[in-house]
Design a protein around this ligand. Sequence first.
Ligand code: OSB
Ligand code: MG
Length: 383
Amino acid sequence: MDATVARAEVLEVQMPLKEPFVTGFGSTDTRRTVLVHVVDADGHEGWGEAAALDHPFYLPDTTSGTFAVVSEWALKLAGEGTAAPGEVASRLCAIRGNTFARAGVEAAFWCLEASRQASSMAALFAAAAGTPVRTHVPVGESVGIHPTVQSTLDAVERAVGAGYQRIKLKVKPGWDEEIVAAARDRLGPAAMLQVDANGSYSLGTDDIQRLERLDRYGLACIEQPLAWDDLAGHAALQRRIETPICLDECLRSVADVQRALDMGACRNVNLKPGRVGGATAALEIRRICVDAGVALWCGGMLESGVGRALNLALCALEGFSDPADMAPASKLYEFDLVEPTFDVEPDGTIAVPSAPGLGFPVTSARVAQCTLRRAEVAVRPSL
Ligand code: OSB
Ligand code: MG
């Protein structure tokens, strides 16, 4: 087998969302994201998604910046030695920040490795982590901010009817207690309900009372209430509220997670492999969370099936205690970039593929149809 990369390309794709996704940082109506595609000399393929958002209102990373870092730096760096994903990850560590760019490239190499070994990505992750895999993962739905309480409750009802095992409501100051109370009332006391503020609250205002009032509703967690980079603020807030704080934006590396747990800034972790710089970092974070006994679940970036495939393989590992944010393309998009794609089963789980490689066939026609720009990158593997 020839382990060198023969071809590498980066694509920026655009997929219209069925309906705008509204959060505390604003509205997203089309999803512009970056795909990474590598092919080795034997024709094995690797696909990854670098799922930054197009705007800089969630994190500093953007789709355009990610496309630039992948095409100008990350792919070349990744291709310079052996294609083993762990080594690719260490080479990519030379890049500061730009976690989605690094993760997308690393993902393509995990997928390539899985294709080469005729193994599923879940089996590769299981071997790397020394942990068994599950055949199905429980999933929840992330319900955006709607114009009215009634339309939010309709969305919650649809999600529960479709089997989702957990509801996450997007909140912001002024769109919080009323909607949480209404959803709790509708769902009953036993249902798993949580909220995500995407950093829209501040300490030192009456926001703090708003957050304290949410303690009454038995939420599984309050995700990222305060600013994207404010670990100390979250630690102070966690001392004042009972509900576990979950961090998303604040956790962009293994070290961030360790620090957050040491400081008491969270008791629940949203793990997005893209946000932490890739699957290797994600595996390490999984171990830290299992050892610390904190709730752990796989978050999402409204990825296409290419990105979701890696998330699914990752959270197939034992240790992910809570349902993943993994609404399928049938919910979010008119079509997916993989065909057949996955769906949520009536029991609120998604089946983890056991097929080799990505686990879902990438449809080149759909990819071509969505492509806004494409760059071929020359990689020179050292012999
Ligand atoms: O804050 O978890 C978030 C989507 C894009 C960016 C940030 C977030 C989200 C979601 C959607 O909540 C989760 C999903 O991918 O289904
Ligand atoms: Mg979030």
